[in-house]
Design a protein around this ligand. Structure first.
Ligand SMILES: [Zn+2]
Ligand SMILES: [Zn+2]
Length: 101
C-alpha cells in the first residue's frame, strides 16, 4: 500500500483529508473495472452506512453527482463540509441506516 492517495475528498471536496478508494459501482456488483473515487473516511463510511452495494446500483448512486444529489447524502455533506479535515467523526451505522418497512 505505497500508492499515494490524494488529500482532497471528491465528494465533500474538503482538503487535507485522508482518502480511501471507493468503487462507485461496488465490486460485488461488477464495478471492478469501473470508475472509482477517492473519498474521505466519513464520506465513505456514510455511503456504506446508508446504502448496501445493491442499493447503490438500484438507486443509481454510481457517480459523484448522483451521490451529491441524494437527499440523505446532501444533509450529510452540508454538515461534513463544516468539519475540519483532521477530525474523524464517528458514524453510527445502525442509526444512519434507513428504516425498511
Ligand atoms: Zn468527504
Ligand atoms: Zn466504498
Amino acid at each position: 500500500m505505497s500508492k499515494k492517495y490524494p488529500t482532497t475528498c471528491e465528494l465533500c471536496l474538503r482538503e487535507n483529508v485522508k482518502t480511501t478508494l471507493h468503487h462507485l459501482t461496488p465490486k460485488e456488483e461488477g464495478g471492478t473495472f469501473l470508475p472509482t473515487a477517492y473519498l474521505c473516511i466519513p464520506c465513505h463510511k456514510q455511503i456504506h452506512a446508508l446504502f448496501s452495494n445493491k442499493e447503490i446500483v438500484i438507486l443509481g448512486l454510481t457517480t459523484i453527482e448522483a451521490l451529491r444529489e441524494q437527499e440523505e447524502m446532501k444533509k450529510f455533506l452540508s454538515w461534513i463540509r463544516k468539519q475540519p479535515g483532521s477530525k474523524v467523526p464517528y458514524i453510527k451505522k445502525s442509526n444512519a441506516r434507513r428504516k425498511k418497512k
